[in-house]
Design a protein around this ligand. Structure first.
Ligand SMILES: [Zn+2]
Ligand SMILES: [Zn+2]
Length: 361
């Protein structure tokens, strides 16, 4: 067979912020044992990819970006995963046997590989979702989509980053609050993680009241549709009479907005003994204004959550299936109209107009 006749994948390759994205054909690999070759049927543009393309964060290149996605299995060498299955997958490929994997922190595996963050020279190169194909490695947790999501794969695309991370944050809240009452929670930021957090805190953690703060009115309105009471950030500082009415009132605060300036008001609003989970501040401009005394006098737990473990993805998919079947939330409104792979640059440029820009390679 000549090179031209050989089946190939088409991928959007990223060479760095100055060069943008270009399409390139790459040979399709033959999967090794436990590897699975999927065709990407839906991918969504996560905020971290936008930061990479714009040069806000630096990733090794050349690479195929994109880690939120759903694949249709084409070739499988893993028992239980069959051609024709629609699957999502953990964004981390892990060894499963190092000390970190063994202690429930597999996202920090010593042999970690992350989809959408690895160069073309790593493995077969098909490591990202902005591509017709992706090779799932032997240590990657794979979850088959249940029927409701399989009928609408784009809805499931953000499950393996945004929603699974929220599930990991919810698990941290559960751990830190243990048997303490779960009355009031605050979510700072009404982007996609914030919306999912509002829903999960109510539905899964059974908080009576979930509040969500955001500077943007449309986002606050969407948080309302995800079960939260919307707040303007200034409402956390003081009321019309100059009093801080929310002081000491939340059992937990989850930060998913990425802005360090929300930290002082979040901490002030946390009740003594409460927990503050940081998720969105995963960038260098995240210096916090806090004294040790403030944390100590509050008996506060402050915890960072980065990515997630395999069981969080299982929970994310099961939860999303349930709310999808029940039509609980306006999930479809979170996605843009579909962009083709050829329009990837436009999709990234316009990603700020949507909760998630959707690519259908
Ligand atoms: Zn992501
Ligand atoms: Zn490991």
């Amino acid at each position: 067979m000549t090179d031209e006749a050989r089946p190939a994948a088409l991928a959007a390759v990223f060479d760095g912020p100055a060069a943008g994205l270009r399409l390139q054909a790459l040979p399709l690999p033959a999967p090794a044992p436990r590897e699975v070759l999927v065709r990407i049927v839906a991918a969504t543009v996560c905020g971290s990819d936008v930061h990479t393309v714009r040069g806000v964060r630096t990733e090794p290149t050349p690479s195929i970006l994109g880690h939120e996605g759903v694949g249709l299995v084409e070739i499988s060498r893993r028992p239980g995963v069959e051609p024709g299955h629609l699957v999502t997958f953990a964004i981390c490929d892990v060894c499963g046997s190092c000390d970190r994997c063994a202690t429930g922190l597999s996202q920090k595996c010593r042999a970690l590989m992350k989809y959408g963050h690895s160069t073309l020279s790593s493995g077969c190169g098909l490591n990202g979702c902005y591509s017709t194909h992706l090779l799932l490695r032997a240590g990657t947790h794979i979850v088959r989509l249940p029927p409701g999501l399989a009928a609408n794969p784009p809805l499931a695309a953000p499950a393996n980053c945004a929603l699974a991370t929220v599930m990991c944050a919810a698990r941290a809240v559960q751990t830190h609050l243990a048997a303490a009452p779960r009355t009031r929670a605050l979510v700072q930021g009404a982007g996609l993680l914030g919306l999912f957090a509002c829903a999960v805190l109510r539905d899964e953690l059974r908080f009576e009241h979930v509040f969500c703060s955001d500077t943007v009115a449309e986002r606050r309105a969407m948080a309302g549709r995800f079960g939260a009471r919307p707040l303007e950030p200034c409402q956390l500082d003081e009321d019309a009479g100059g009093n801080p009415p929310m002081a000491d009132s939340f059992d937990c605060v989850i930060e998913v907005c990425g802005t360090p300036k929300v930290f002082p008001s979040g901490l002030r609003c946390l009740r003594p003994g409460g927990c503050y989970i940081l998720v969105g501040l995963v960038h260098p401009q995240s210096q916090l204004e806090v004294t040790g005394q403030q944390l100590i006098r509050k008996c506060a737990t402050v915890a960072g959550v980065h990515n997630y473990a395999a069981a969080d993805l299982d929970r994310a998919v099961a939860y999303l299936e349930r709310v999808c079947q029940d039509n609980t939330y306006p999930l479809q409104d979170l996605l843009s109209p579909a962009f083709a792979l050829e329009q990837i640059q436009v999709a990234v440029d316009r990603s700020g107009d949507f909760y998630r820009a959707l690519i259908r390679p």
